[in-house]
Design a protein. Structure first.
Length: 305
């Protein structure tokens, strides 16, 4: 068996919060426990919110935690000419079409909505004539046509997840009207070109996996293994976010040693029997996906609050 290749793909828009730290920890443990490699990549498609300073702080924070990597690949903001080539592949396959729908049209009450609040694109612009398109007189986004087919994710943490892109998502945007490529395309290209074999991230991204698997097939990449880790909740049950300044790494580093933080997370997640300080290296020796809790994890460490 060849060594696995995992990745960290943080967005450099601020300090990491504990949820980001947790996903990075599991990504690191899963790969390092099998002597695999890790790739770091900055997901800075949103150049308004991200910066090189935040990226450098992220690197320092990961190293402080004991989460190292073997290679850093180019940030997404520098790769639009690469994404252009993959976009052209989709165009050559006849799978792209321009979409002129406005935001309010897409979110109108008539649009079919799923239980999680996302909408299914009903294919409004799929069959526009050239005449129709010219008459729109606005810059379109570009959507990829999806097949009527079942996609199955055998998730390392969540188990089996099944989706039909036609009924659960619809044709999806790969390039926005302002020319920026969307997350789904950029992630698929970056992971594929870096030879990533294992994608570990928060469970809020589980429903992205089928879209990425579809693009992987079109681009000729193998499917990676997926592990979507649970959300972290504060002891009172509220969801952690970047707004919780008290739980971002800038504050936590002032109060805690990295081993205390890693130990608290590992205990809360079911990876340790007792809450005690531990290094990432020590934890890697014991790591098994089966130990990890699948549902939302309530932090059980009072010293963090
Ligand atoms: Zn449209």
């Amino acid at each position: 068996m060849t060594a696995p290749v995992g990745r960290f793909a943080p967005t450099p828009s601020g300090r990491m919060h504990l949820g980001n730290v947790f996903a990075a920890l599991i990504a690191w443990l899963s790969v390092r426990s099998r002597n695999g490699h890790l790739v770091l990549r900055m997901e800075d498609l949103d150049t308004q919110r991200t910066s090189a300073e935040f990226a450098e702080t992220l690197r320092q924070d990961l190293l402080w935690l004991g989460l190292d990597w073997d290679l850093e690949t180019a940030p997404q903001s520098q790769r639009s000419s690469v994404y252009d080539q993959y976009f052209q592949q989709l165009a050559d396959l006849g799978l792209l079409y321009p979409c002129y729908c406005t935001r309010s049209q897409l979110h109108s009450v008539n649009a079919p909505h799923l239980s999680d609040g996302t909408y299914v694109y009903p294919g409004t612009c799929r069959n526009l004539t050239l005449e129709d398109r010219t008459a729109k007189n606005r810059t379109p986004s570009w959507r990829v046509k999806v097949p009527d087919r079942i996609w199955t994710v055998e998730d390392l943490c969540q188990g089996r997840y099944v989706e039909n892109l036609t009924t659960d998502c619809g044709d999806f945007v790969v390039r926005r009207a302002d020319g920026v490529y969307v997350y789904q395309l950029a992630v698929t290209v970056d992971d594929g070109e870096a030879g990533v074999t294992e994608v570990v991230r928060g469970t809020d991204l589980l429903s992205s996996a089928p879209r990425q698997m579809y693009l992987q097939e079109l681009f000729g990449f193998s499917h990676p293994d997926y592990g979507h880790v649970p959300l972290l909740l504060a002891p009172d049950g509220r969801r952690l976010s970047k707004r919780d300044m008290d739980l971002d790494l800038g504050q936590l580093r002032l109060r805690l040693k990295p081993e205390q933080l890693i130990g608290s997370l590992a205990f809360s997640a079911g990876l340790m029997e007792k809450a005690e300080p531990v290094s990432t290296r020590e934890l890697a020796a014991e790591f098994r996906w089966e130990k990890l809790k699948k549902d939302s994890i309530c932090l059980q460490a009072n010293d963090l609050f």
